[in-house]
Design a protein around this ligand. Sequence first.
Ligand SMILES: C[S@@+](CC[C@H](N)C(=O)[O-])C[C@H]1O[C@@H](n2cnc3c(N)ncnc32)[C@H](O)[C@@H]1O
Length: 451
Amino acid sequence: MKKNDELIVDIIDNGMDGEGIAKVDGFTIFVPGAICGEKVKIGIVKVLKTHGFGRVIEIIESSKYRRENDCKTFPRCGGCDLRHVDYNYTLEMKEKRIENLFKKEKIDVTVKPCVGMDDPFFYRNKLQYPFGVNKDGKPVMGVFAKRSHNVIETKECMIQDKLCQKVAESVFEFIKNNNISVYSEENLKGFVRHCIVRIGKKSNEVMVTLVTNKGEFKETNKLVNELTTKFPEIKSIVRNINDKNTNVILGRENEVLFGSGYIKDNLLGFDFEISPMSFYQVNPIQTEKLYSKAIEYAELTGKESIFDLYCGIGTIGICASKGAKMLYGIETVPEAIEDAKKNAYLNNVENSEYFVGNVEDVLPKLVEERDIKADVCFIDPPRKGCETIVLETLLKVKPEKIVYVSCNPATLVRDVKVLLDEYEIKEVTPVDMFPYTSHVETVAVLKLKNI
Ligand SMILES: C[S@@+](CC[C@H](N)C(=O)[O-])C[C@H]1O[C@@H](n2cnc3c(N)ncnc32)[C@H](O)[C@@H]1O
């Protein structure tokens, strides 16, 4: 098999990124845009030692789950991978993927159906658009094309909040009308780098963060006046300065141009303040379902001490804290810990202590030096999962229940495997936090053996 060969293949499965999988004489070929059960004509794009990649030339037998694409930038954009698939079927695909990962490791667990959305459109509360320059040298703002840093101009995104999109559009018009230069990753010159717009879906409060290179921003007052006159929902405008040659969007320095520097939102009846550097789940409707399931799994009686590891602005622990004996939160971003402390205060959570630092450094120390214990531990790490020392410390502390919230089922399964030394895994519920993308969030409950 070589590049540009054309073949007819049966799609026998879908992979981690939603791509179709075909086998030709035992050799695996990944085919983006194809659905399990389809027969397709493909052109070979790349051949590696263990697998290859193909592109769909023609769909010969279409899946009954194939749907008309409703987005102008799909599939060029790196946001959604599954816009061509029936929504309910995407939920089945996600459930099956998690089931298979546990099965592969011979872990016997009940995987519940993936909890979906009634209306899986415009659900995101955070838009993050890079600025760039098109082929004609004109400024553009939108999303990065898949596996590249070419910016595709994005007018209407099917998963972004509509007000956030209008605000971003106005920021872009302002940048163009005032001839403000756009940062180029090639020569590291130019001023504006990213436009981030966040909304509290319940409060309807909007925060704009404009990420810029260093240097004077002369048009500050004009920008603030224009935006706040047009959008009374804007409660805060922040300039973030990033002068590094990096893929990381935000720099360390923030300058509040308007308002308080944060917005509020509410989850499950609790109020939260969110500042620009802090993580906040991007789909609040599903976040409430996710947290409710996590709290249900924790079976709290009000007497427990709780760990909230990787706590962000403290949301899971605070939502679970009603009458808890003690709540300990750990998080690496200092601004998020400041938010968490304020949020605990706002919600009258008195018995709480928050620690800034990496869980892998802070948790073992707290356990060793202060003999801190917990009955229930919530863990919600980033995609790379937990460092082994975190899991080993939990195996020593032995909370009765561990509720593991994960945005990457592969690292969830890896970490659960370690915890099975002392724990039994009872149940897993996938929650569709990112409809029409191949991402899936999962909440799992583990109970200490022999209690
Ligand atoms: C998936 S988010 C979860 C946040 C929060 N539990 C929530 O639901 O909003 C993961 C969080 O872990 C933080 N984080 C990443 N690596 C960390 C580490 N090694 N130690 C502590 N926190 C970390 C991130 O800043 C982020 O706030």
